[in-house]
Ligand binder design. Structure first.
Ligand code: NAD
Ligand code: SER
Length: 318
């Protein structure tokens, strides 16, 4: 049977998607690909691991041939805040890297999962209940790469029949690996602040509303869209998916129910605030729900309880 390759496997999503896929398909069936970040011991010990730069097409093809890869979960990327600091590198990694993956998929007959983001929308997009199909004029280089990625995925499917699929993830909250430099990272940092110092200084204003999702739901979304019947998918590369829509003040309130003396103050970072203000308040994910049965399991309350319990265990504060 053909194997699965996960690029960006040491990142926030990859470090949890890789073990989930290994559990589902068998440890040896899932090859984890990293870059410069040192992989965790469990990632290394639980199955094959390779390291290369996604911009190196030859290295990618070598791995695909060596391991007989049939599906690629492509997660290597620069996220929104880091991308805004290094726009040229963001284009190089997010787009030239993606083209390498799509070309390799075309030549070697692989399926591809490539996530888009709430960052694919911009200030002229309707911000509430953002439709599946709507105006996409992002003002960030991250958003430009995400819209381009959605279009490239569609093109490779229509032109070459490459089975490329994806979702538009909201901000992701998780305890395994810290986020890699996005605008929604505050949501994870707030949990660490609550448990370590009982205080946190947020770089977004209290009423900044954004879609969010707990990582177990994000993993189910990736696997769910990849395992869906192809015939039912009319938006294959960019399904809106969400689980909750919240502000820093609301997340603080939810954490305070369990840690009442947790204090939050604000020091707004104008760059990340401008990015967040240009993204939706809440997305309409009815196309994902009707076309492949998407349904999140975690609410703000159940996510907060699980995050606090698991992070407390990890930080030795249980
Ligand atoms: P991350 O920053 O945690 O991980 C990205 C990985 O890419 C890192 O492990 C890094 O080593 C790797 N990488 C960077 N440059 C590379 C290169 N030149 N060659 C090979 N690998 C390289 O990101 P993540 O949060 O896991 O995101 C994965 C994907 O999901 C990205 O496409 C991102 O845009 C998308 N996404 C993430 C979120 C979120 O909140 N985490 C939300 C929406 C969309
Ligand atoms: N969480 C991501 C970011 O903030 C959204 O794509 O960049």
């Amino acid at each position: 049977m053909k194997k699965i390759l996960v690029t960006g496997s040491t990142g926030q999503i990859g470090s949890e998607l890789t073990p989930a896929l290994r559990q589902r398909h068998g440890a040896d069936m899932v090859v984890a690909a990293g870059h410069r970040t040192r992989p965790g011991e469990s990632l290394l010990a639980s199955g094959p691991y390779v390291a290369f730069d996604i911009r190196d097409k030859g290295a990618l093809e070598k791995v695909i041939i060596q391991y007989d890869i049939g599906a690629i979960y492509h997660l290597s990327a620069l996220l929104s805040a880091v991308a805004e600091e290094r726009p040229q590198q963001a284009w190089d990694v997010n787009i030239n890297g993606l083209v390498n993956v799509l070309e390799a998929a075309r030549i070697h007959g692989c399926r591809v999962f490539h996530p888009s983001s709430i960052g694919a929308f911009g200030p002229s997009t309707p911000q509430d209940n953002t439709p599946q199909e709507t105006i996409q004029r992002p003002k960030t280089i991250y958003g430009v790469t995400k819209v381009t990625g959605e279009l490239l995925g569609d093109y490779y499917f229509l032109r070459y029949g490459v089975d490329c699929r994806g979702v538009r993830y909201p901000g992701l909250i998780s305890h395994e690996t810290l986020p890699g430099g996005g605008t929604t990272d505050y949501s994870v940092e707030m949990f660490y602040g609550a448990l370590r110092q009982k205080k946190y200084t947020c770089y977004l204003a209290p009423d900044t509303r954004l879609d969010m999702m707990y990582m177990p739901d994000a993993i189910r979304a990736a696997i769910g869209v990849m395992e869906a019947e192809a015939a039912g998918l009319s938006h294959r590369n960019a399904f809106n998916v969400t689980a909750m829509s919240l502000t820093p003040a609301e997340l603080h309130g939810a954490i305070c129910k369990q840690i009442p003396d947790f204090t939050l103050d604000y020091k707004v970072d104008s760059v990340r605030q401008a990015i967040a203000d240009s993204w939706p308040n809440s997305m309409d994910d009815s196309a994902a729900r009707s076309q492949w049965g998407w349904r999140p399991e975690y609410t703000l309350e159940t996510m907060t309880a699980d995050m606090l319990a698991r992070l407390a265990g990890k930080l030795g504060r249980g």
